[in-house]
Design a protein around this ligand. Structure first.
Ligand code: HEC
Ligand code: HEC
Ligand code: HEC
Ligand code: HEC
Length: 494
């Protein structure tokens, strides 16, 4: 793509905008006395570029079109169409099935270049052409292609309404960006200054992804994925998402803010500089419940040490959770689990927090006690997470949570944090997601009141198997978590 064609396109849009503006402007008959001096050059009339009989200009949201290109099923909230997209059968190299086969990006690429771009090799290769060829073209003609004019198998009109298809056409007309001068084939960047990108990251991304991009892990604890990971692994995808937002989420599209290409490059460079792991909180999630976090089945028998106690009568999965024996407060028999139905009599982790890596590993792989062996389930990476959590994540909550479960926190401050980071899933009153027994559902408010230590742990580290943010990685202090907890105790409990 050369400068000339880009310039042509810019001029093209400018002309289009001018036409719309002049068409929409009220007939201005009088000129304010303070207006431009008479020396001002009179506006050159725009030569008519379209025949008078041309179809009316398409109207829509080209930025939403970018999100539709990413994943229209998610944006529109519709069911995934049955089977694979008809054109999928024309290729054999990409073996995905179902939803992926319907996403525009899967066939045409995050770089819009299809077989001529990043998807020209690897598991995403389909061999299909890109969409760069329609950049700047008449949106009505693009719309026709999406309705199957060139190929009946490329007809999306039964699946999306006209507005969605129009938004897509406007996106393809206006926003296809050639990133060849920005991202190299090996994913490193040709331009972009990470230091310069920090301000835009801090201003636009930190609220949800945290100062280090570790706020949301949208994968699992087998191979966690954060902004820093994806920016290095698929910079084209991240550039697209930065510009247009995340389908189905309130992530702000930077095209709305109007960042220039160089500023987008800086933001991408900064994203690539962010860390790709957060051992402490990843370990915290494993401590809570490693089975869903690692997508592992519950072991067939109870944890062998379970038989050494009789006070806690639970069975199965619970017997394998670190928290069930060592407590949400990490104090075992000396803490909240020192009495009641969860009592096992097992010690807490206060001494363990001072142990070195080798000793902790020996505890986790069965060398210290053959019945305390998690090495069948944890790989080296998970052992590192667990060790980091025990050493750095098992903080004492005593300064914030009283023995009677009341909390030393500021509910007003907590409400602000809750509204910014938790309400999008749990709702403003915490009742959108129900946990536990459907007959007697529990909510955020229930957990906060019944088990403030559990709440504290989850708010700091996240929820196993779910993309729930980690307060610690959002940059929250312990007091911030206590504030959110105090506020959550005011929410409905049933
Ligand atoms: C299953 C793969 C697949 C999916 C999904 C897909 N396309 Fe296509 N697309 C193709 C193929 C193949 C062609 C070439 C078709 C032809 O003309 O025979 C094409 C052609 C196009 C063209 C014309 C390009 C040109 O230069 O002529 C546009 C524009 C386009 N697609 C946009 C989209 C959009 C927008 C979506 C999402 C709603 C989409 N496509 C989804 C495979 C796909
Ligand atoms: C209002 C909250 C919010 C803001 C602000 C925000 N994001 Fe996101 N972002 C999300 C959510 C929610 C997801 C989806 C996570 C998931 O899939 O579970 C997401 C996903 C992502 C993804 C991964 C997409 C995927 O699933 O593969 C990237 C990369 C990303 N965001 C980068 C950014 C960058 C860079 C910024 C700043 C320009 C930003 N986000 C601003 C909420 C936000
Ligand atoms: C079924 C109950 C149970 C479960 C589940 C359990 N532990 Fe333990 N853990 C114990 C017992 C009992 C001991 C003491 C064993 C001994 O003295 O030989 C212990 C000891 C430890 C120690 C050494 C503490 C010290 O001060 O010597 C650490 C560290 C530890 N566990 C971490 C974990 C982690 C991390 C998990 C989850 C992956 C976990 N435990 C799961 C019962 C359990
Ligand atoms: C991406 C959506 C999402 C966000 C944002 C979110 N959560 Fe959650 N949360 C969940 C899901 C999903 C569950 C699990 C429901 C289940 O296990 O059935 C959950 C569970 C919980 C639980 C109870 C877990 C249990 O198993 O008893 C608490 C407490 C909680 N969240 C607190 C919070 C707090 C505090 C915040 C803000 C820092 C937050 N959540 C933000 C999705 C989210």
């Amino acid at each position: 793509m050369n400068k000339y064609s880009t310039l042509t396109r810019i001029l093209g849009w400018a002309a289009g905008v001018a036409i719309i503006l002049s068409a929409c402007a009220p007939a201005a008959t009088t000129v304010a006395p303070t207006s431009a001096p008479p020396t001002a050059v009179p506006a050159t009339p725009i030569p008519p570029t379209v025949a008078p009989t041309a179809a009316p200009q398409l109207k829509g949201d080209a930025i939403r079109g970018g999100r539709l290109y990413d994943n229209w099923v998610k944006v529109l909230g519709v069911d995934t169409p049955k089977g694979n997209q008809a054109l999928w059968a024309k290729q054999t190299t990409n073996t995905r099935a179902g939803l992926d086969t319907w996403r525009c990006k899967e066939c045409h690429g995050w770089d819009y270049k299809g077989v001529d771009g990043a998807y020209g090799s690897g598991s995403h290769k389909t061999g299909f052409k890109g969409v760069m060829g329609v950049a700047g073209k008449d949106p009505s003609a693009i719309l026709a292609i999406l309705k199957g004019s060139a190929n009946p198998d490329h007809n999306f009109s039964a699946l999306m309404n006209d507005q969605a298809l129009t938004d897509l056409a406007l996106f393809l007309n206006k926003y296809l960006m050639d990133s060849a001068d920005l991202i190299k084939a090996d994913k490193s960047l040709l331009s972009g200054n990470a230091t310069a990108g920090k301000a835009n990251y801090d201003g636009n991304c930190t609220e949800c992804h945290g100062p280090q991009g570790l706020g949301i892990n949208w994968a699992d604890q087998v191979a966690p994925q954060y902004v820093g990971f994806l920016a290095k692994d698929n910079p084209w995808e991240v550039l697209h998402k930065i510009r247009f937002g995340q389908p189905g989420e309130k992530m702000p599209p930077m095209e709305t803010v109007g960042l220039k290409k160089a500023e987008l490059a800086d933001l991408l460079a900064y994203s690539q500089s962010l860390p790709t792991s957060s051992l402490v909180t990843e370990g915290g999630v494993l401590y809570d419940n490693w089975m869903p976090a690692l997508k592992k089945d519950v072991p067939a028998k109870d944890q062998p040490l379970w038989a050494k106690q009789t006070t806690n009568t639970r069975k199965g999965a619970d017997t394998w959770r670190c928290k069930e024996c060592h407590g949400w407060d990490y104090k075992g028999v000396d803490g909240a689990y020192g009495s009641g139905s969860h009592k096992t009599g097992v010690k807490g982790l206060a001494a363990a927090a001072k142990m070195n890596d080798a000793d902790l590993l020996a505890w986790l792989n069965g060398s210290k006690n053959a019945d305390h062996n998690f090495s069948i389930y944890f790989g080296e990476a998970q052992m590192k997470m667990m060790i980091a959590f025990i050493q750095k994540g098992t903080a004492d909550t005593k300064p914030y949570i009283n023995a009677d479960k009341t909390v030393k926190g500021d509910t007003a401050k907590g409400k602000t944090l809750y509204t910014a980071s938790c309400a999008r899933c749990h709702g403003n009153d915490g009742t959108t997601i129900k946990f536990g027994d459907p007959a007697a559902p529990q909510f955020v408010g229930t957990i906060a009141a019944d088990n403030p230590w559990e709440f504290f742990h989850k708010a700091l580290n996240g929820q196993p198997g779910k993309p729930m943010p980690s307060g610690l990685n959002l940059g929250w202090s312990m007091q911030d978590v206590a504030d959110v907890l105090a506020f959550s105790q005011t929410l409905p409990q049933k």
